[in-house]
Design a protein around this ligand. Sequence first.
Ligand code: NIG
Length: 392
Amino acid sequence: MTAAGPTTVVDNIGCLVTNDPALGDGPLGVAHGAGVVIQDARVIAVEPAGAAADRRIDAGGGCVLPGFVDSHTHLVFAGDRAEEFTARMAGQPYTGGGILVSTSATRAATDEALRALLAGRVAEARRAGTTTVEIKSGYGLTVDDELRSIRLAAEVTPEVTLLGAHLVPAEFAGRADQYVDLVCAEMIPRAVGTARWVDAFCEVGAFDAEQCRRVLTAGRAAGLGLRLHGNQLGHGPGVALAVEMGCASVDHCTFLSDADIDALAGSPTVATFLPATDFSTRQPYPPARRVVDAGATIALASNCNPGSSYTTSIPFCIALAVREMHLTIEEAVAAATTGGAAALRRADVGHLGIGAAADLVILDAPSYHHLAYRPGVPLVRTTLTAGIPLYP
Ligand code: NIG
């Protein structure tokens, strides 16, 4: 048996969000005058301020929250699509077709170049408070390029998703079913052991419900967890399919019918909203208020990608969720922490209960309200991942 390591206390906390009702008040389990004691990368106690420990981290009176759980990103890519964004601001619609532009650039990039780009984006996310990040492939679209993307992603996170069914690559134009055969017969079996999840883009112009069902069925048979992009660009079968297949999460949910909302409310599938996408594509925002009021579990994620949402900032997503989607600040903070954890079926992150991962955000602000109240301001003083601070 190995001896327990040194203890650290995060102290002088203005307001502590635990997400554990046993440790504080209200839905976020908010405690005042408390310190968080950490040992061996776990929270071992939440005690009155001034607790003894081997090391002390001074929160400076700032708010402390569980690290953000960003359950939807596409961080493995090369190339730049700033001009596409600018054209969109001038009136061009977003169609998803630019995925193939990023695919060409990603295929052409060396492993070292992709690894460096990925590391830069993960570091940027961490500076904004993200401590758990899901990363999808989807800009390779050949067996080797998709496997390379998930291998690189696995170097930085355990939450790796195979998104071979992101778009039909140019060499399969007009042969989407044959491309789906390749995803099911070759990509998925070879992703086992590296990817934890399989995903597909269920949308007009990408893959239809039957093609997505084939991908999800093959993924489940191979032992992968299921996720789905659905209802991003218009109403469609994505949400119903995700619920039917028992996906952990259906992501985007921008266009929802009453039946979609009822289905979400009666299922364990999390509705993950990606409001930075709706911001960056000038779409309407999802009817999140109705989804929450119906009783469904929701998450908020960045969808960081080069086309529809080039941001790693969960605080920005929280501000959008409050301002544009009419969530309360408490609902938005919960969606970015416990909601993200639910979308990844993780019990160890998204809260600061005893035994949780010691993943914390310390804000340069006295309360979590500032995340929406001060949009665009870099409020994160530091982020602790497994008890290790980003800035000592
Ligand atoms: O979630 N929906 C599909 N994939 C990404 C967009 C990718 C891109 O445009 O490069 C999304 O929006």
